[in-house]
Design a protein. Structure first.
Ligand code: HGY
Ligand code: MN
Ligand code: MN
Length: 431
């Protein structure tokens, strides 16, 4: 491992300045180390409360302690490192991101926002530098919502908005979230203790890969997020009549899969009609299907997002009406279950300005942009002002894909901006 410090001659305080080039490389090395904690060797899959998830949590805790932080784990499984300030009564500066992943995803979505602050704090710790405010780095336990179809669990636990109904959600093996938590030594009854009060967090700053092509296409390393798009997610179950593939005439069929396909194509057509609106069918299944059987049942996911909430809700209304129309015509029964909804969340103007100032002080031409992806910040925003710093993705900006990538140089520059932001941060007097 490279050292992230160098004793630069002539440094007045004789404290070692942070070597950002080394820090950028160190962050990339640690992303690789963390990626070894996966459910499928060679594929990046780390879902909530699996052995891989537990291994990653332990590794993150080790790095937090090595950086001079105290570490606690809350009832949801968040791993929280605290770097004490000189005024323990002060509101905290919170940062962090999630350490769970989608299936066969990328290595940087989440971990960058955990490992970068840890590396910067290690630098301050080495210098013996403290700030008036404590800094807490939160490794959020569950943002993607893959295993139990309930996203943003860790941030909801901290925001005090954890919905206990999801404890009965089951994974593909029929294990409930409650059972999985208890098996990991987590007590759901203690979840309310994880909540942090409004005012206890002065600000939340998340560093995250852009997960899109904008910064890459404009040849920019960093961007300041203006808002996080809201989203509406559903699971749609369609029930028709199973039948013999060879004997039932097309005009007499109630084919659940074809009905799903018609709904899916309508979603694509409806969302393509409005700029800024996106619709995705990420899961499309014929449970227990067979090639020579007309599908009697089909299940699909629906994910609708837009920066403007009205744009999203209008599309959801149209899609639900279309589902009714298609199913009536086809003699299909529909069960639609909303699994998640979040309104668009704006980043605090004053924090955007401070982040922009830090970028300018470090030679970056400021660029603001919205986030089409959801993030823990949208939940933390219910109890604190938030900001996000986007870091360029390579490989066309691809994400939620093993091709997801970024550079050590951009990690180094993002670290410089993060350090500048924190070193110029002060808790607003209104706190
Ligand atoms: O789906 C999202 O937007 C995020 O990556 N969980
Ligand atoms: Mn993410
Ligand atoms: Mn993600």
């Amino acid at each position: 491992m490279t050292t992230i410090f160098s004793d630069i001659e002539g440094n007045s305080s004789s404290a070692p300045a942070i070597d950002y080039t080394a820090l950028g490389s160190d962050i990339m090395e640690r992303v690789e180390t963390l990626a070894l904690h996966t459910e499928q060797t060679g594929i990046m899959t780390r879902t909530y409360l699996t052995a891989a998830h537990r291994g990653a949590a332990s590794q993150i805790a080790v790095w937090m302690r090595e950086a001079g932080m105290t570490v606690r784990c809350d009832a949801s499984g968040n791993v929280i490192g605290r770097y004490e300030g000189t005024d323990p009564s002060s509101a905290i500066l919170m940062t962090g991101s999630h350490f769970d992943t989608v299936r066969n995803g990328g290595k940087y979505d989440g971990p960058l926002g955990i490992l970068l602050p840890i590396g910067c704090i290690a630098g301050w710790s080495r210098q013996g530098r403290r700030f008036p405010f404590p800094i807490e780095v939160v490794a959020f336990c569950e943002e993607e919502g893959v295993r139990f179809k309930a996203p943003l669990l860790g941030s909801r636990a901290i925001a005090g908005t954890f919905d206990n109904r999801v404890l009965d959600n089951v994974d593909e093996d029929g294990v409930t979230m409650r059972e999985a938590m208890l098996a990991e030594g987590l007590d759901p009854a203690q979840l309310p203790c994880a909540a942090m009060s409004k005012g206890s967090i002065a600000a939340y700053l998340e560093v995250h890969i852009e997960q899109g092509p904008v910064l890459l296409e404009e040849n920019r390393a960093l961007g300041v997020v203006t808002a996080i798009s809201g989203s509406s997610r559903f699971m749609l179950e369609l029930k028709g009549v199973a039948g013999h593939a060879g004997t039932v005439p097309m005009t007499l069929r109630h084919d659940a899969a074809m009905a799903c396909a018609e709904v899916a194509l309508y979603i694509e057509q409806r969302c393509s009609a409005s700029p800024g609106l996106v619709g995705t069918v990420g899961q499309f299944n014929v449970p227990d299907g067979a090639g020579n059987v007309i599908p009697g049942r089909a299940v699909m996911s629906i994910d609708i997002r837009a920066g403007a909430d009205a744009l999203r809700s209008d599309a959801v209304d149209d899609i639900q009406a279309k589902i009714t129309h298609i199913c009536t015509r086809r003699g299909i029964h529909a069960n639609i279950n909303k699994t998640y909804e979040a309104v668009s969340v704006s980043c605090a103007d004053w924090l955007q300005q401070r982040l922009t100032d830090s970028m300018q002080r470090n030679g970056c031409t400021p660029r603001s942009l919205p986030s089409g992806a959801g993030h823990d910040g949208m939940i933390i925003a219910t109890i604190a002002p938030i900001a996000m710093l986007f870091v360029r993705c390579g490989n066309g900006g691809i994400s939620h894909n093993p091709g997801e990538t970024m550079s050590a140089e951009d990690a180094a520059l993002a670290s410089r901006v993060f350090v500048d932001f924190v070193e110029n941060f002060s808790v607003p007097t209104t706190q």
